[in-house]
Each structure stands twice: as structure tokens, then as C-alpha cells.
Design a binder for this molecule. Structure first.
Ligand SMILES: *Cc1c(COP(=O)(O)O)cnc(C)c1O
Length: 485
């Protein structure tokens, strides 16, 4: 029939797929090869991308070539180049060749690893990757784990498990609202903790009052004595401590809370102890950085994001816990249509809010095998070396000051030109400096605020970032300073 020709059924013809697949790989290869020809930050206004896209979906089939053309014409001008060696903002996650290929394979297989029997390889590879990661991070044997999309999701699950651990409150059955038979619950984290913890307490019904922020010391680390005092005071006032979150590698300055000491407090009080090491956890693959995890055996749970510093295309967040049973109690709700393979298998859908789960574990399987643990180590070590080198360059200049210890891949600093005296003016100057640097398209840095000061932040974690890029970044910073001074 005629219609069949216009609207054929089934997928793209397989040879057309092959042809376009090669084309796509060529496109990505050229992109990565020539990435330095792009400005790191796109120079466009809000709405510029949308303008190029039709208001309505096409009625008739289009050649994929048209889409390829529009990718170049419309989308590329609105791309922020996270893979660019001069992307030194936030915590940069660069993708890697093996990671990109694994991502492609995941879409090709398109399995849903919700239960063991819905794809045994997805479940079992995930289990084995958790074991691999435990070994390279030197985590205790009694930790189990699961993979979620992001650290925000991981920490939310940690706090949900912490709440489930208080089983006598029967929150799983009765909820928290409208009850006067349970105390209010408290979560503790430092003032420098990531806002995902705030989002978690909002989501889980603790309310923002349910989180108590603990003061930090001059190096932006939670003060364990202050935590102790807060817990004692809360208990006196009828609160029930539920969970403490320590941050190893805070988002602003990469400060490292004392896991060992905070862990001792939590263990003595029997409070769930969660460690957020989303960014910095990766550094513990280095023997010389293992100190940041001293006392980790005291933690009930831990999150590390390979999509932040281990060359894994977003998303991939590792959640470890020694109390998988509690996590399971919090999240398993049996559905008859998914019952199958008996009790001895792991069904990851029972350990979180998601049912459908992508085949994420292909990514570390490709990445770790391709680079090798030692290959990963040398790359991470080089980033830390480059950050230290940046500090040395900066310390030779009287126009800048270091704001926080730089022991990982991030340096927090600000300009302090001698002609500027007031803090307000310094803040404006640094803000202006950052705007100018980023506008150049040659470098992308981000900022933070610490004790009212506007601070610049350079983060070195790109797979393509070499010494020459860091030196050029430094030159651009001092030259821009000279221009506006
Ligand atoms: C980035 C970051 C997060 C959030 O990570 P997502 O995976 O984007 O949710 C949480 N905690 C810390 C310390 C972080 O640096």
C-alpha cells in the first residue's frame, strides 16, 4: 500500500544505522580533536538556541542528515564545553573515550536492570563494579553498594535509611506528619555541606528546621566539639538526632571534615553517619590521599561520584553502605508482577526509589579496564600536582592571596591589588575580574563566597588539561588583572 511507503513501520533500516553510527563517531572524534577551537563558554543570550528550533514536531520523516546539520548550526553555538582543557569551573567532569563508548553500548543494549532477572548481567556487573571500587578506594569489606544517578540522590537515600534505622518510630508505615507520638528529627551537617542535604531534608519531610548546620573552623572543616554540643543541646530540647553528614571535599573549598572524630561521636550516639565525598572520594585511589578517609570504617554510608573526577560521562554516583538491609527495608515494596528468582539474588529496585535502571556499570567496566587502576592514579596525581603548581605561581605575585588549603585539584584565591582597601571594593574587583576572564572565551572559572568574601575558584580535573593550559590560565588571570587594575 502507498501509505506503507510514506510511513514505514519498524526502526531505522539497519544499514542506515550503521552509516549514521560511523558518521556520529566521526563527528564526536572531530569534536574532541578540535575542541580547543571553541570558546569554553558559549557567547549567546537566553533564547538564542530555542529560536533555531521549530515550534512543532515534524509530521513527516526527515533525513537524519538534517538533524546532523542542525546540531552544527543550532546546538553547537549553545554548548558549554565541559570537555575543554580550559574548563576549570565547578568540579569538572570530562568524559573519556572508553566512557563514551560504554554509554553508546548502554543505549544499544537498552536493558532495564530493575531486577536480577530483567537483566542478570546488569545486576551482576554492578555488584562486581562495587567490589572493584571498594578495592581501589580501600573501603572496608563490610560495605555494600548501589549505583544511583547523582550524589544528591545518593545522600537522599542515606538520610532515608537513617530514618528507617529508627524503626521504633514506624515512619515507614505511619509517616511523620500529624503525629505527636514521635519527636522531631534532626540531621547535622557543616555550614559548608552541599545543598543537596537541604534538598533531602525537604524531600523527606524533616523540613529545613530539621537540619542543623555546624560551625566550621578557619580551614572550613566541621568543628567536632560543636557537633557534640549541638547533639547534647538538641536531645535536652526533645529532638531526636537522626543522621550526621560529614563532607570530604566540600564544594566551595574542598575542605575535609574529620571523618574519624565525627565518626566516633556518631558511633557513640548510635546516629547514622553519612560521608559525602562526591568529588574528593576519587582522590583516595592514591595512597598519599588515603588520609582523607581516615576513620571511614565508622561511616554507615558514603557517596562518591565517578562522574566528577573519574572521567565518567554524567551520570554515575556510587553509594556505599554497611547497612544495605536497612536501605532495603526503607525502599522495598514488592510488586507481584516482578516476583521471580528467589531470595538469594539482588534486585536493585528494592534499594531505592527508581524502578527502571540504566546499564550504568558498563562505564566503569570500560574505563577502569582501559586506563587501569595505575593509569587512573597517575592522571589524578597529575591534577593535584597542577593545582599545587598553580598555587606556587600565584604565591610569587603580591596581587593574589590563597584562601583555603589546596590539597586536591581546586585552588580558592582572590585578587588583592594594593590600591584597593575596602572589602566591598575587593569583592567588586574580583567579580569583575571573573566576568572578564570568562567573557574572553579562553578560560572558564567559577566563584564562591566565604565569610563575605568573593572568591575565585580554579578546578583542575580535566582529562585534556595539561601543564601548558594551567600556565596559560595563570597568564590570562594576571593579564586581565593588569587590564582592570
Ligand atoms: C557536586 C556535589 C554534590 C552534588 O552532586 P550531584 O551528583 O550533582 O548531585 C554533592 N555533594 C558534594 C560535596 C558535591 O561536591
Amino acid at each position: 500500500m502507498k501509505e506503507d511507503k510514506i510511513f514505514p513501520l519498524g526502526d531505522m533500516p539497519i544499514e542506515e544505522f550503521r552509516e549514521n553510527g560511523y558518521k556520529m563517531i566521526d563527528w564526536i572524534t572531530d569534536y574532541l580533536q578540535n575542541i580547543e577551537q571553541h570558546p569554553v563558554l558559549p557567547k549567546i543570550k537566553y533564547g538564542d538556541v530555542k529560536k533555531g528550533i521549530d515550534n512543532s514536531p515534524p509530521v513527516n520523516s526527515e533525513a537524519l542528515q538534517n538533524v546532523f546539520n542542525d546540531l552544527d548550526k543550532i546546538l553547537m553555538k549553545g554548548i558549554t564545553h565541559w570537555n575543554h582543557p580550559n574548563f576549570m569551573a565547578y568540579f569538572n567532569s570530562t568524559s573519556s573515550g572508553p566512557g563514551i563508548l560504554a554509554e553508546l553500548l548502554s543505549a544499544g543494549l537498552n536493558v532495564n536492570g530493575m531486577a536480577w532477572h530483567t537483566c542478570p548481567s546488569a545486576t551482576e556487573l554492578e555488584e562486581m563494579m562495587i567490589e572493584w571500587f571498594k578495592k581501589i578506594f580501600k573501603l572496608p569489606e563490610n560495605f555494600g553498594g548501589i549505583v544511583y544517578d547523582t550524589a544528591s540522590t545518593s545522600s537522599m537515600h542515606a538520610i532515608a535509611a537513617a530514618r528507617e534505622q529508627l524503626a521504633h518510630l514506624k515512619i515507614r508505615e505511619k509517616g511523620m506528619a500529624g503525629r505527636n507520638d514521635i519527636p522531631r528529627l534532626r540531621i547535622y551537617a557543616s555550614e559548608q555541606a552541599h545543598f543537596s542535604i537541604d534538598k533531602s531534608v525537604v524531600t523527606l519531610g524533616f523540613g529545613l528546621e530539621g537540619i542543623r548546620k555546624i560551625t566550621v573552623d578557619s580551614k572550613f572543616r566541621m568543628i567536632p566539639d560543636k557537633l557534640n554540643e549541638a547533639i547534647t543541646e538538641d536531645k535536652k530540647n526533645g529532638w531526636l538526632p537522626c543522621c550526621v553528614v560529614a563532607t570530604v571535599g566540600t564544594t566551595s573549598t574542598t575542605s575535609v571534615d574529620d571523618v574519624d572524630e565525627i565518626g566516633t561521636i556518631c558511633n557513640a550516639e548510635k546516629i547514622w553517619f553519612h560521608v559525602d565525598a562526591a568529588y574528593a572520594g576519587t582522590a583516595t585511589i592514591l595512597p598519599e590521599m588515603q588520609w582523607i578517609f581516615k576513620g571511614i570504617e565508622k561511616a554507615d554510608s558514603l557517596v562518591i561520584n565517578p562522574h566528577k573526577w573519574m572521567f565518567t560521562p554524567i551520570d554515575y554516583s556510587l553509594f556505599f553502605t554497611k547497612k544495605l538491609d536497612v536501605l532495603k527495608r526503607a525502599f522495598s515494596v514488592s510488586a507481584e508482577y516482578l516476583k521471580s528468582a528467589g531470595d538469594e539474588v539482588i534486585n536493585y529496585m528494592d534499594y531505592g526509589i527508581q524502578l527502571g535502571r540504566r546499564f550504568r556499570s558498563l562505564k566503569p567496566w570500560f574505563i577502569i579496564r582501559y586506563f587501569g587502576a595505575e593509569g587512573l592514579r597517575s592522571r589524578i596525581r597529575e591534577h593535584i600536582r597542577l593545582a599545587k603548581m598553580f598555587v606556587q605561581l600565584m604565591e610569587k605575585s603580591n596581587d593574589f592571596e590563597l584562601i583555603a588549603p589546596a590539597h586536591l585539584g581546586v585552588v580558592c584565591f582572590r585578587a588583592i591589588p594594593s590600591n584597593i582597601k575596602s572589602e566591598d571594593e575587593l569583592n567588586n574587583f574580583n567579580e569583575n575580574l571573573l566576568r572578564k576572564i570568562n567573557k574572553s572565551g579562553k578560560l572558564f572559572l567559577s566563584h564562591t563566597k566565604l565569610n563575605g568574601k568573593y572568591i575565585l575558584r580554579i578546578s583542575i580535573s580535566g582529562l585534556r588539561t595539561k601543564e601548558e593550559h594551567v600556565i596559560k590560565a595563570w597568564k590570562l588571570i594576571i593579564n586581565t588583572l593588569k587590564e582592570i587594575k
